[in-house]
Ligand binder design. Sequence first.
Ligand SMILES: Nc1ncnc2c1ncn2[C@@H]1O[C@H](COP(=O)(O)OP(=O)(O)OP(=O)(O)O)[C@@H](O)[C@H]1O
Length: 546
Amino acid sequence: MKNQITQILYPLLKKNKRGFFTIFIFSIIVSLGGAFQPYIIQNIIDNALIKQNLYLLYILVGLSFFLALILISIRSVNEIFYTNFSMNILFTFRQKVFKKLFLHKKSFLNTFHSADLMTRVQGDINELQRFFTDSFLALFSTFLSLIIISCIIYSYNIKLMLLILVFLPIEFMCVKPLYKYMHNSTKDMREKTSDTTKFFVQSLQNLTFFKTLGAQNFILNSLDDVQEEYKKTVIKNKKLNIVFTQIPALISLLGKTIILAYGGYLTIKGELKIGELVAFLTYFGMLLSPVHTVLGILNNIPKVKVSLKRVSEILPKKEENATSLDGQNYDLKVKKLSFSYNKNRIFEDINLDIKENQKIALIGKNGKGKSTLTDLLCSIENPTSGEIFIGSTNIVEKNIKNIADYIVKMEQIPVMFDGTLKENLLLSNKNIEDEKIINVLKLVKMYDWYKSLENGLDSRLIEAGRNLSVGQKQRLSLARILLLKPKIVILDEFTSSIDKEDTKWFFENIDKLFSDMTVIVITHQLDMLDIFDFVYTIEDKKIKRS
Ligand SMILES: Nc1ncnc2c1ncn2[C@@H]1O[C@H](COP(=O)(O)OP(=O)(O)OP(=O)(O)O)[C@@H](O)[C@H]1O
């Protein structure tokens, strides 16, 4: 499973190797320049101040100033370049994961709360990208600084250099046993964050619903519970983090004290110059910062492992190659199909034969499997066994990339999204003239409403179409399907919120509205069945034609 992420990330990082290279070059210049500064200060003290050489003092001060200016400029350019580069990798990474999410069947996606999916696609992918780009570069500049600084310190005093280097592994050894605890704590943090997001999404989306039911206190109490749980996890995580970061800080303090005492002793004995001691202390400080960077990266490893698992869990286990449907004819055939949701068997060996352009009604009591059958026909679900053919293509065996050109379902609960009316109607089908859209709005009897809009087709439908009635949303969904013009249309209780008069009109005009299309209508309007070519009833896990 983790391999899947490597398969996405590795080519992405490889493709961006020029960007990495540029940042490496910048980092080398910054590390070299930074390491040179204490060396100049040492020379200012030992060769200019102590020897009272004014000319050398001005030269060195000027050199230090201009070097600092150059480094500031390079660092700034590098930061902008790096942010741009890092964002590009993040966005492409997320695009690729998103694309894979479309390969899932409905029952798999239903096992995740939308807020949980959101935190995985946002937070966890961020964490992975940061780790694989930032840490890589941070590690590179860390080792570069370590090498440069060690060489400079070595040239001053080998005993002191060895003393410093002894402290670095001690720090790592002390922190390592804490990884396991950090991993568990991070996992808890992610889960609690996800729970909190879930709570907010659910309660804010349905605020007025809870108010109407007088359930404000229920929501406020739940908020208290969710926040209390979150607080407990944050405090636990904070305590662990403090131990994780303060242990190295304590060891560094100990090292600094010993080195200061020993370096001072060497200076008093005349083995080290004052300027060298000052430069040495600065270098020691500079060495600590890369060490802490490495510790920070190590600190992130448990977090990254959690994110890796969370992102892997939402990726499809296997990917079949997508093929196109060969458009000979669009008869729909179901052969010996069975389907279960876990242990709940919904269909047992059912068969169905619907010819191109037929108008079919699908009836049955609540919960008998009407929507499930249409999910199977649209490839949103996979049958447990059996075959489904459109024309001569078995759509169960093959992953059909353009399946929506052939079969589309209008959901029982209409879906509108935050966007313009035109975007909501056309989706990706952009090459349709406004005139045609307006004609379809007339067909679904939304023309009067359309005329009342200030910005016409560019008017915005706010969040999930909140500025529309449910009946209006159903009519717009119908308009969307009419504009998409697939070969087979499935309408799941498409008039459930439409007034009686217009419901009758829609049913009586199905032939005209969907003239060149096969239509399957799920309905509880039993008085409207006469207009259909055939009526199928779902009962006892079977489907019967009446
Ligand atoms: N994602 C799911 N996971 C598990 N069981 C499910 C899922 N979706 C539906 N079911 C179950 O499958 C059965 C059929 O549901 P389905 O929605 O297909 O019925 P329906 O005939 O369309 O009902 P209605 O007329 O109420 O819309 C029901 O028992 C339902 O509880």
